[in-house]
Design a protein around this ligand. Structure first.
Ligand SMILES: [Zn+2]
Length: 152
């Protein structure tokens, strides 16, 4: 691999954090920051980097991952490490609203939100009306995403 290629590879989480305000590291692979998608006075956006260098987002006010990355001037695909092959696949997906990989990303994020709320419920912790509503929205979006992917 040439140095020129290596230079273009950044961890998605770095790219994201550089565009957020009030970023504070809370653990080895965890940060909090102000959510750019709503009027956030105290940092309510949680960011986590997975072992395979994906960036996971959760806004406790209920903003969707897509809304957050768009507000930060990024796309959902920017949360994932770059794969060189995707550059060549670009034109094929250029005019579709959602590529299959975007839908898969959305599925993962919405499933994560639903899982967080379900875990709170299972642990007997009170779930706010806002969180319950957000989990309902996650379920709707999961259903939409599955419909978009289609069953082959
Ligand atoms: Zn938010």
């Amino acid at each position: 691999m040439s140095a020129a290629l290596a230079r273009t590879v950044h961890d998605p989480v770095d790219r994201l954090l550089s565009r957020l305000e009030c970023v504070k590291q809370t653990g080895a692979d965890r940060w909090i920051a102000r959510c750019p998608a709503h009027n956030d006075r105290r940092p309510s956006l949680s960011i986590r980097q997975t072992d395979d260098h994906r960036a996971l987002l959760h806004c406790f006010a209920g903003c969707a991952a897509a809304e957050i990355v768009h507000a930060a001037g990024l796309e959902l695909r920017d949360l994932y490490p770059e794969r060189p092959a995707e550059h060549y696949a670009g034109p094929v997906h250029a005019h579709s609203r959602w590529s299959r990989s975007d839908v898969w990303l959305l599925l993962q994020h919405e499933a994560a939100i639903a899982a967080i709320v379900a875990a709170d419920t299972a642990a007997g912790r009170p779930v706010s009306a806002e969180d319950a509503e957000r989990a309902g929205l996650a379920a709707d979006r999961l259903a939409d995403a599955v419909a978009t992917l289609g069953v082959r």
